[in-house]
Design a protein around this ligand. Structure first.
Ligand SMILES: Cc1cc2nc3c(=O)[nH]c(=O)nc-3n(C[C@H](O)[C@H](O)[C@H](O)COP(=O)(O)O)c2cc1C
Length: 204
């Protein structure tokens, strides 16, 4: 039996997701549809013990710009030497249409550690894995709709400023920033290791 057309569509979606760094603020889909994608991904992505630890904050317009302004301020405090290249990079993020901030709710992680002490060491790891899966789902769904995105990690440097500005609950730990927008330049070629060196198969 050959793979179904639905699977081929999923394969195409997987392949379409790339890191797009040259973004503009004009997305081919509406703000409401972007929010729908974030909500759908966060709802249907699995989590250990169905703990649903991932949280997201979606910033558009002035709020998106404010995020990258405060990020530049915080990076400047710790970056030695010429700040111009870093400022240019951050300006590139600000040029996009918005940012999804991903968090993991540590109050749930802690309560699971207390309730299931046998797995105490695993819950923070599973929380990170869930965060990665939600991020991937959002990133892939956006790419299917022609919205470009790239993933950044200015946490923990910006955690305090972000919490203050958007009144983030103290248990929400910032994990990443997914910047999205219209695509000004497609991603370049990407190298792939031979898949048969990465996937081993045994049995009939
Ligand atoms: C867990 C994870 C963390 C990443 N962190 C960053 C990052 O901090 N900054 C960045 O520019 N790209 C980051 N990336 C993007 C990767 O560099 C990129 O996905 C990889 O080179 C493959 O390219 P592609 O996304 O175009 O397929 C990250 C990707 C993953 C999966």
């Amino acid at each position: 039996m050959t793979l179904s057309s639905e699977t081929h569509s999923l394969f195409k979606a997987t392949e379409s997701r790339r890191s797009i760094y040259q973004l503009n603020d004009k997305t081919p889909i509406s703000k409401d549809d972007i929010i729908k994608i974030v909500e759908h991904s966060i709802k249907y992505t699995p989590s250990s013990f169905n703990s649903q630890t991932t949280r997201a904050v979606v910033l558009f317009g002035d709020d998106h710009k404010a995020l990258w302004e405060l990020t530049a301020e915080e990076v400047k405090k710790v970056a030695p030497g010429d700040f111009a290249p870093t400022q240019a990079k951050i300006d590139g993020f600000a040029a996009g249409a918005g940012t999804v901030l991903f968090f993991e709710d540590q109050s749930i992680v802690k309560s699971l550690q207390e309730r299931f002490s046998l797995y105490a060491d695993n819950f923070p790891v599973w929380s990170e894995q869930t965060d990665g899966m939600v991020t991937y789902a959002v990133w892939t769904d956006l790419s299917v709709e022609g919205v470009g995105a790239n993933l950044q990690h200015y946490n923990p440097l910006i955690d305090g400023r972000v919490a203050e500005k958007w009144n983030i609950p103290s248990d929400w730990l910032l994990r990443s920033q997914l910047i999205f927008g219209g695509i000004d330049a497609e991603a370049g070629e990407k190298d792939f290791m031979p898949v048969d060196e990465r996937v081993l198969t045994f049995g009939a």
